[in-house]
Structure formats: C-alpha cells, structure tokens
Design a protein around this ligand. Structure first.
Ligand SMILES: [Zn+2]
Length: 392
C-alpha cells in the first residue's frame, strides 16, 4: 500500500488572483518541480493522484447558497458590483477573477480526493499542497480564501464516515474560518497555533475562543508571541496537542500545514525555519499512528516566500509523511537557478542550518510568554476534557 498520496494536477494552479497577489500558484509548481527532481513523487509508495472537483452539494454543506451563487456570478462576470462586495468578493485580498468558482471548487475537490484516499485505505496519508484555505466563512470570502476546502472536507468525513475529526492548524494565521464553521460541533476538535491576533490578520484566535453550545471546549487556540522561533513553537505544540489527541480520540486528523511562520515570510512576524515543519509533521504522524490508524490528511496553506521557503518547507512535510529522513541536499544547480529567477539568494539546503538567521533578541521573553499562554490554555481546556467523560 502506498505510504502517502500526493494530490496534484496543473489545473490546481488556476487558483490565482492578480499577478501581484501574494498567493501565487508558482509556489505550488516550484514545490512539485522540486519533489519530482528529488524523485519523491510518482513512485510506488508515493503516487501522484489526480484530483476530482467538488460538486455543488459538497460546497453547500458549508457555504450559504446565496454566497455560492455570488461566487458563480462573479466567476463569469468579474467586474465590481455591490452584490459581490457584500460577500467579501472583489477586495484587495480576494479580487474578482474569471473562473474563480471553478478554481476554488477544484481546490476543494483536491482535498476531498486526499480524504478519499486516506479513508478508503488506499493510502495512509495524503497531501494536497493547493488546499488549506482556512479563512473562508459561511457567506464571506476572506484572506485569499473563497471556499473553505478544510470545512468542506470535515463535513464530507462526517457525512460519509461519521468521523470524529481533529483539525490541527500550524499556519502563522489563525484558522478562523474552520473554527467558526465548526464552533458548535463537539465531533470536530479545532486546534490552531498561530501568531497572536494582536499582531496579525485575522485578529482572532485568542484562548477564550473555546466553542459554543455542545461544541464548548472543542475549539482550542494558542496565540504565539511575535518573533516565536522553532524551539518555542515545538514546545508549545508538544505541551498541548498530544494530550488533546489522547482525550479526543479522533478517527482522522486533518492538518493545515501553511509554512508562513518562517522568518523569511513577508506577511508574518514569526521567526521559524523549514525544519520546524518536518518536526511538526513527524509529531502529527505519531499522533495519527497512536489514535487513528495513521489516518492523516494534510493540506498546504499560507507561505508567501515563494522561492526561498515554500518548496523546501513542503518537501520536508512530504518527507515526514513518507516516514523518511531526507538527506539535506538539493538537486545540483536548483538553488542557484532559482536564485537567479527570484532575484534573491535561495538557501542551498532543505533545512535551514543552525545560525542561518540571527536569534531573536526577545527569545527568553517570547519563550516565557508562550509558556504562560500554553499553561493558561491547558488550565482552561483540561477541565473541559474531563467533561468529555475521560479522566485526565
Ligand atoms: Zn497564513
């Protein structure tokens, strides 16, 4: 059986806005190119799987019909109209572009394809680098996201498998769309570690956002301090996520692996390296192995250092999903050629070597702040865990 399925087709690169927009599908193509050159996809244990598209009913399980109709209309007629603006369509973050409905449905279909491969047992794990559009709301586009492929997939997992889904979000931005869409649902545990909303879009993801109604206690947030580095991010993850998984006992884990916490990312203020993603995904694989027969669905997400970070970070994610410790080498001339294309130096190794970036001058203070945050989260969430009928 393949270890992991890699969901990809060129059509996924059609999810694009203006040439200057930060969410540039070039990052996907550069990642696929690197994986191909390293011989890490298209092999027996790592097949490349063509995505299907999502059908309207699957999208409508998450989004309001009036919103879907507005996206469809804007997709055929991308000129500014009040009827689009009320749904967050036609903003700087989500400009109107021809074909946006089809492109967004393809992305949803690709994450659904990843879920199908995992749930049918055709692969233990699957990765859709084009997915992870975690900001889309029920009736509002936001933060570069039109349809929320993650929530669409969660609803699909519930409908077809009655699955308890643990959603883990390591993007530098709060996974707000998924959180709000599942806020009252005790069958979905959402866990987001992100740069604090005090400093960064979307300005939410604080520790008191715990869910509502039956879902109270099933929304967990770790707002990290600006300038957080690998060690503190990892410490925060380790201090919380394994306990949550042990007590929630998911049937499947859905991981949003946006790589915009990197120090070179132009949109955020965290100071992590590519190696963080390898370690976080290794840890998540262990949790999936312990609690849900290995079932792990992974998407991309943010990542705006198109040349210098995204291909290397997601290659390390893929290596972790394959259970391989990749050698720290890149194909001959890859970094040099890409540096010329990028007009800036592309690091020549997969993992950023120790000392590649100056340490944060606030390191001790940041680590202490994050420890305090995680402790406060534990104090709030753990009593609720016992409410799930489990001794802690
Ligand atoms: Zn992000």
């Amino acid at each position: 059986m393949p270890t992991a399925a890699f969901v990809w087709a060129e059509q996924l690169a059609a999810y694009r806005f203006t040439p200057e927009h930060p969410l540039n599908p070039l990052r996907l193509q550069l990642t696929v190119d690197l994986l191909q050159r390293l011989g890490l996809i298209g092999t027996g244990d790592a097949p490349v799987v063509a995505p299907r598209t999502a059908d309207p009913a699957e999208i409508a399980a998450v989004h309001d019909v009036a919103y879907i109709e507005a996206v469809r209309a804007a997709s055929r007629d991308p000129v500014p109209r009040a009827a689009y603006a009320e749904f967050g369509l036609g903003t700087e973050d989500v400009p109107l572009v021809w074909g946006m409905d089809e492109a967004a449905r393809h992305v949803c279909g690709a994450t659904l394809t990843a879920a199908e491969w995992v749930m049918s047992g055709k692969a233990t794990r699957a990765f859709n680098i084009s997915g992870g559009l975690h900001h889309a709301r029920r009736a509002e586009a936001a933060g570069f996201c039109i349809y929320n492929d993650l929530a669409v997939t969660i609803r699909w997992l519930q409908r077809h498998y009655g699955a308890r889904v643990m959603y883990v979000d390591i993007d530098a931005h709060h996974g707000d769309g998924v959180q709000w869409l599942c806020y009252d649902d005790p069958e979905v545990l959402t866990v987001s570690l992100h740069e604090s909303g005090a400093f960064l879009f979307p300005g939410t993801g604080f520790i008191d956002e715990l869910g509502e109604g039956d879902g109270y206690g099933f929304s967990v947030n770790v707002p990290l301090d600006a300038h957080t580095e690998d060690a503190s991010f990892l410490e925060s993850f380790r201090a919380l996520v394994p306990d949550l998984a042990a007590h929630f006992r998911p049937d499947v884990i859905l991981l949003q692996a946006g790589c915009d916490a990197h120090v070179l990312d132009p949109l955020t203020h965290l100071r992590c390296t590519t190696g963080l993603y390898e370690q976080l995904v290794q840890l998540t694989c262990e949790l999936a192995d312990q609690h849900c027969k290995g079932r792990l669905i992974v998407t991309g997400g943010g990542g705006y250092a198109l040349y210098t970070v995204v291909p290397r970070a997601w290659t390390l994610v893929w290596g972790a999903l394959l259970g391989r410790q990749l050698a720290d080498v890149l194909p001959a001339r890859w970094a040099g050629d890409l540096s010329l294309q990028a007009g800036e130096p592309v690091p020549p190794t997969l993992r950023d070597p120790a000392g590649a970036f100056p340490p944060s001058p606030r390191r001790a203070e940041v680590e202490e702040n994050n420890r305090r945050t995680v402790n406060a989260v534990r104090q709030q969430v753990l009593p609720l865990l016992t409410g799930w009928g489990l001794a802690f």
